[in-house]
Design a protein around this ligand. Structure first.
Ligand code: FE2
Ligand code: FE2
Length: 207
């Protein structure tokens, strides 16, 4: 039996993790240019907006996200993007989705009630900056595969899940492999459960 059980075992192996934990506990604001290393002028410009400064600084350590701040989660997603993108265009498109996708969580709930999903808020913000409909759809729907899995597997609502999945697949169309690439980069982070990823992978493979 161990004499000492770490309170945050998920940070124990990582010096960066200790730094993130320290920042989360003491409300230090990281330098997001240094942390995320913007690869384009647009990425750099977004990081300077008040919306992204607030959005990336939002979040406390919680289930699924022991790293706390959205900005730290984005760093983890970007690391996955760098490892999985096969070409520069794919890399830059996945990077942009990564930087934007959760940045509006801080606006999602007001007075304890969900106003709008953060994916839709992010899409609406990004419509002023990009016109690529595929990027906008994936930004908006990045959590939809998870919600389909949840309806089917946790909420015992197979009909709702099937309808929701059909709508997602219709919207994403031929860009399903690209959607899945981002979903993978986003899900293989923190201590998120991996069952939704395996479930969705079977759907992607079957098509
Ligand atoms: Fe999200
Ligand atoms: Fe995310």
């Amino acid at each position: 039996m161990p004499i000492f059980t770490p309170i945050f075992p998920f940070f124990a192996h990582s010096p960066e993790g200790f730094g993130q934990l320290h920042s989360s506990m003491f409300n230090e604001k990281p330098d997001f240019h240094k942390l995320l290393q913007p690869a384009t002028e647009l990425e750099a410009r977004l990081l300077d907006t008040p919306e992204f400064q607030a959005g990336l600084n939002w979040g406390k350590p919680r289930f699924g996200h022991p790293e706390g701040l959205v900005g730290y989660h984005v760093r983890d997603v970007l690391d996955n993007v760098e490892a999985c993108a096969n070409d520069e265009d794919t890399r830059l498109r996945l990077r942009l989705i990564a930087i934007v996708h959760d940045a509006f969580k801080y606006k999602e709930f007001q007075l304890g009630r969900r106003v709008k999903h953060h994916g839709l808020l992010a899409r609406e913000f990004m419509e002023a900056h990009i016109s690529d409909p595929i990027l906008l759809d994936i930004i908006e729907l990045h959590d939809e595969a998870f919600y389909c899995w949840r309806a089917a597997n946790l909420e015992n609502q197979p009909d709702t899940a099937a309808k929701r999945l059909e709508k997602l697949l219709d919207t994403i169309g031929d860009n399903l492999p690209f959607y899945f690439d981002f979903y993978k980069c986003d899900t293989r982070t923190g201590d998120k459960i991996q069952a939704p990823l395996y479930w969705f992978e079977q759907i992607v493979r079957s098509r």
